[in-house]
Design a protein around this ligand. Structure first.
Ligand code: NDP
Ligand code: GDR
Length: 371
């Protein structure tokens, strides 16, 4: 029997990887996308199937986690075996600017989906995955963090996700729903949004190497994170819904690095050695050595500076996950090392920057010439 999955947030980083994985596993995949004034389906365009194709297995529906009538209608129409709730206002810094919207979408949005399952009498049929987060640990109470570590959220985003976490647990206990939380630590990829720190770094380093940008402005360089690859983490999201009974799992690599170290790793991929000096807002990253042919910058150039506008009112300084339970019960281990992740992201951004650079330097002329 073909299984049917419904993914909220299908146009996001994880949604794109998960949709691909489920299609490969033979699922019929439905995704919810938001109406926007510009195309917003770049990440899933390669999966798009014309609505006129008879054996279409990937379908997009307009919808929004802020609209319960729409969610109920889509769930009724799709009758999913599995719902993956990945949709969210997912940027921690932006949640301080849009706290009420974040609570509505990330917190109450989760409730709306769980209620849709209940209202439609699908408690026995539909399994539910909630995209919970290491941000729940916030001001950490224990190192490393595992499933039993107490939460201490530090942003409107994390507080909204705390509601999403507990309402998922509550519906599991109250109504016998197969509902699980994946407590995922940071996971990245070439599809990561450009304003999250890893992608901001790999994109900037590539552009600096090619002379398209002079300097990268960052906030807290000392923040420590446990970074994995999104492709590995969506596999776990699926695995969590295939067990005999629903449980919550921490998903992490167990390796921690600072933002500063991430910059150095990404720059090194392109032959740029960066040394940091100074303190606080005066800290700078300077090119110490350049090797190979890919980077045009010179030793002595300042390519990283601190801009306090990227500081958060309350920061999460350190996160490090303990994925022992996932390894033992799901047989899950991350496949991609941090070094491989940094390489993949930097190479992808270097290719993109090279295209920009070619267009800037010769593109229009070359185009005219060939016409
Ligand atoms: P992205 O920001 O890349 O994607 C978020 C998705 O949610 C996008 O498809 C976005 O649509 C959609 N969305 C935003 N607001 C709404 C709304 N009101 N109604 C419906 N959909 C909406 O996030 P990721 O893919 O990185 O993360 C997926 C989930 O996992 C999120 O819930 C995130 O909070 C959580 N998470 C992520 C981690 C990470 O490190 N990546 C770690 C732990 C948890 P649009 O494309 O139109 O903006
Ligand atoms: P995070 O990811 O807040 O952990 O949330 P982000 O990449 O935004 O920040 C990581 C750390 O880097 C510091 N930082 C900067 N961050 C950004 N975005 N821009 C900067 O210029 C910058 N300089 C330093 C931050 O202060 C922070 O400490 C991500 C999201 O995907 C959430 O949805 C998810 O729940 C968590 O990961 C786990």
């Amino acid at each position: 029997m073909t299984k049917t999955a419904l993914i909220t947030g299908v146009t996001g980083q994880d949604g794109a990887y998960l949709a691909q994985l489920l299609l490969e596993k033979g699922y019929d995949v439905h995704g919810i996308k938001r109406r926007a004034s510009l195309f917003n389906t770049d990440r899933v365009d390669h999966l798009y199937q014309d609505p006129h194709e008879s054996d279409r297995r990937f379908t997009l529906h307009y919808g929004d986690l802020a609209d319960s009538t729409n969610l109920i209608r889509i769930v009724q129409q799709v009758q999913p075996d599995e719902i993956y709730n990945l949709g969210a206002m997912s940027h921690v810094a932006v949640s301080f600017e849009e706290p009420e919207y974040t609570a509505n979408v990330d917190g109450i949005g989760t409730l709306r989906l769980l209620e849709a399952i209940r209202i439609l009498g699908l408690e026995k049929k539909t399994r539910f995955y909630q995209a919970s987060t290491s941000e729940l640990y916030g001001l950490v109470q224990e190192i490393p963090q595992k499933e039993s570590t107490p939460f201490y959220p530090r942003s409107p985003y994390a507080v909204a996700k705390l509601y999403g976490y507990w309402i998922t647990v509550n519906y599991r206990e109250a109504y016998g729903l197969y509902a699980c939380n994946g407590i995922l630590f940071n996971h990245e990829s070439p599809l990561r949004g450009e304003t999250f720190v890893t992608r901001k770094i790999t994109r900037a380093v590539a552009r600096i190497a090619l002379g398209l940008q002079d300097c990268l402005y960052l906030g807290n360089l000392s923040a420590l994170r446990d970074w994995g690859h999104a492709r590995d983490y969506v596999e776990m999201q699926w695995l969590m819904l295939q067990q005999d009974k629903p449980e919550d799992f921490v998903i992490a690599t167990g390796v921690q690095r600072s933002v500063r170290e991430f910059v150095q790793m990404a720059a090194a991929e392109l032959g740029i050695e960066v040394a940091f000096s100074g303190e606080g807002v005066n800290e700078i990253g300077v090119v110490e050595r350049v090797s190979g042919k890919r980077a045009r910058c010179k030793p002595g150039e300042v390519i990283v500076r601190v801009d306090p506008r990227y500081f958060r009112p309350t920061e999460v300084e350190t996160l490090l996950g303990d994925p022992t339970k996932a390894r033992e019960k799901l047989g899950w281990t991350p496949r991609t090392t941090l070094a491989e992740l940094v390489k993949e992201m930097t190479e992808a951004d270097y290719d993109a920057a090279r295209r920009d650079s070619l267009v800037k330097l010769a593109g229009f002329q070359a185009y005219d010439h060939h016409e």
